[in-house]
Design a protein around this ligand. Structure first.
Ligand code: NI
Length: 216
């Protein structure tokens, strides 16, 4: 997923060349990136990070272990860890808790998984990463009034729709962009049913097409 903040292109968890839904629609050589945020080390979040970083010179921002992994490959990195903030040129980023796992495809330790809260110049976004519903989400609105929450909704490996609706309450943001669904058989969802469930709770669930975009 890509987020454009001012002139800065921030890519999050690029998984394109191994993704049957995306590989014919997006050419990774065309992607612009100044920063690549990685929530955790799983292949469906990191597969194309190295190549895109090398193509673009983007800085990889992630937890300490994932940052070290890419620094050893000669990529510029910015390591963070849970609860920490850093002022980047596109805004303040906080690495927040997620309940999931985070190994690299070869089994190497990928630190603890996380999510990101980005406070941009005008808009604030929560990128949950892969996670279960967790009470820690209630901490986010103590610091940040969100304009958008990007939440996993595919179930099986992460929250499903029902828990994502509760997560939306916890982070106090009714505008939700769904992620982590349909990529594999385990996480295929009924789009209309998911949207209706959010709508019935007075919330807005947006589901983008591959290559699609929305403006905040
Ligand atoms: Ni994962």
């Amino acid at each position: 997923m890509g987020i454009k903040i001012g002139d800065i292109n921030v890519l999050v968890d690029p998984f394109i060349t191994g993704n049957d839904l995306a590989k014919d629609k997006i050419n990774i050589n065309d992607l612009k990136a100044d920063y690549i945020l990685l929530t955790h080390a799983h292949q469906d979040h990191t597969l194309d990070a190295e190549e895109i970083a090398k193509n673009t010179g983007a800085v990889i921002v992630s937890n300490f272990e994932i940052a070290n992994h890419y620094e050893e490959k000669g990529i510029e990195v910015h390591p963070m860890n849970h609860g920490g903030n850093w002022e980047f040129e596109f805004g303040k980023v906080k690495y927040v808790n997620a309940i999931h796992t985070s190994s690299f495809p070869d089994g190497k330790y990928g630190g603890q998984p996380g999510g990101f809260v980005i406070e941009g110049e005008h808009k604030n976004i929560y990128i949950a990463g892969d996670t279960a519903l967790t009470m820690d989400m209630k901490l986010i609105p103590h610091h940040t009034t969100l304009d958008l929450a990007i939440l996993p909704i595919g179930d099986n490996f992460t929250m499903g729709v029902e828990d994502a609706i509760i997560a939306s309450d916890f982070v106090e943001c009714d505008k939700v962009l769904g992620c982590h669904y349909d990529t594999f058989g385990y996480i295929e969802i009924d789009h209309e049913e998911a949207k209706r469930k959010f709508f019935d709770e007075g919330k807005d669930l947006m589901l983008l097409e591959i290559g699609g975009s929305l403006e905040l």
